[in-house]
Ligand binder design. Structure first.
Ligand SMILES: [Zn+2]
Length: 419
């Protein structure tokens, strides 16, 4: 995200780079005067004048009043015109397709959600995604607002450069699917894709619990456990695009086989299906618990276990405590490896079980390295179920702000070809 101080080699590169530097500075620090921009970016006042008039012409910034006079001349303030363009963000999960249309500051203009059939496979789901994008494009046309692209968060692992969903577990039919190409060719938009836990991490970093920090790890805890690592404002992919697979870090080297091929993965102990398994085992020991009734009725679900734990059922509470100990250990491992400023916990389980964050926090503090009590803050997701879709918007915005001139010329062409 820190775009300033990049240098271009040709005159054209320099122009593009300067526009990117100035627009990013206005986005982050606006309303801001031209003088302050020159100080902040180390560009000459002549360059700032040229670049800001180009940005005004493109409609990407607007004037926002003046600074109070301090004896000298009043200075005109500039701010991002957040409504100048929109981006589409889509989350594909195993249960639904959820999408947002958002402006340049990530403010949501419109939302849409559609449940998917269990195991319906990629053909059907991709058709839903394309239809949703088409509806958002119509809305954007109604607002006379160019669409600068679409981002998609999808169960990983994902090859982001090629836009391929490779081998997500428990997602029937999704094997080596060229998601980016398929959606691009049918929607006419530029498409970026990434693993859903990563897009959620980027969403929290740009618009949620991580706005005030440069590094964070987002952990999504639900039917699976995934993580996204943000370093200096950008997603860390790893050499093979697999960074952050904490759900498949072994916490029991003699444990059961996981679908990923490893054994004793964290996901087997602290995801929703893992916790249901844990409860089932405890019930076989014969202790009295309200959970026996649910098991008989075929209704032993994660929600029942969370409810019962909160209502004081001892077996349910002890199962949740065990799960939190595993999860807290996973968080401590993440802290020891990445040393982030913040850990953000999200996903359906964090929403369902009120006490989870406190317990995980206590375990993680106890078990991670710290200089004199300096540990990362462990907080709840702020964006909730919208994190991944908003992060998909951030993928598009990241590319837009890296080269606004290139992005605008494409967006304009898109507008012209439509009419
Ligand atoms: Zn695994």
């Amino acid at each position: 995200m820190e775009i300033w101080r990049q240098k271009g080699s040709s005159w054209e590169d320099v122009k593009h780079a300067n526009v990117a530097v100035v627009l990013s500075a206005i986005r982050r620090f606006g309303p801001i005067s031209r003088t302050e921009l020159a100080e902040l970016t180390d560009l000459t006042s002549g360059t700032i004048t040229n670049v800001t008039s180009r940005l005004l012409e493109l409609g990407l910034i607007s004037e926002a009043g003046q600074t109070a006079s301090r004896g000298g001349r009043k200075r005109v303030l500039l701010k991002l015109r957040e409504e100048a363009c929109v981006a589409i963000g889509i989350e594909i999960s195993r249960q639904h397709v959820f999408g947002v249309l958002a402006n340049l500051n990530g403010k949501v203009v419109s939302r849409a959600e559609e449940a998917t059939e269990p195991g319906e496979g990629p053909v059907r789901t991709i058709a839903r995604v394309v239809q949703m994008i088409d509806r958002f494009k119509e809305e954007a046309a109604g607002l006379e607002c160019p669409v600068i692209g679409a981002g998609i968060g999808v169960p990983g692992p994902v090859k982001t450069d090629e836009g391929i969903v490779t081998t997500p577990p428990n997602f029937p039919g999704w094997r080596w699917i060229r998601l980016k190409d398929q959606v691009e060719s049918r929607s006419g938009l530029d498409v970026l894709i990434d693993d859903d836990a990563r897009t959620a991490a980027l969403g929290e970093a740009w618009f949620g619990a991580g706005r005030d920090v440069e590094s964070l790890v987002y952990m999504s805890v639900g039917t699976g456990i995934g993580a996204g690592v943000v370093v200096e404002g950008r997603l860390y992919q790893g050499a093979h695009g697999l960074a952050g697979q904490i759900g498949h870090a072994s916490v029991d080297p003699f444990g059961a086989r996981c679908e990923c091929g490893n054994v004793g993965c964290l996901e087997l102990f602290a995801s929703s299906p893992g916790i249901v398994q844990l409860a089932r085992k405890r019930l076989q020991e014969g202790e009295p618990s309200v959970l026996h009734e649910y098991e008989k009725a075929g209704d032993l679900t994660i929600n029942r276990i969370c409810e019962s734990a909160e209502a004081g059922d001892l077996v349910a509470a002890s199962v949740m405590e065990t799960a939190c100990t595993y999860l807290g250990t996973g968080v401590a491992n993440v802290i020891n490896v990445y040393d982030p400023q913040k850990i953000v916990l999200g996903g359906s389980l964090v929403r369902a079980y009120e006490m989870l964050v406190d317990r995980v926090r206590a375990i993680a503090r106890e078990r991670s390295f710290a200089h004199g009590g300096e540990t990362p803050q462990i907080v709840r997701s702020q964006l909730g179920k919208e994190a991944s879709a908003l992060g998909a918007v951030a993928l598009v915005l990241e590319r837009f702000f890296a080269d606004p001139l290139a992005a605008m010329s494409k967006a304009q062409v898109g507008e012209a070809s439509k009419s």
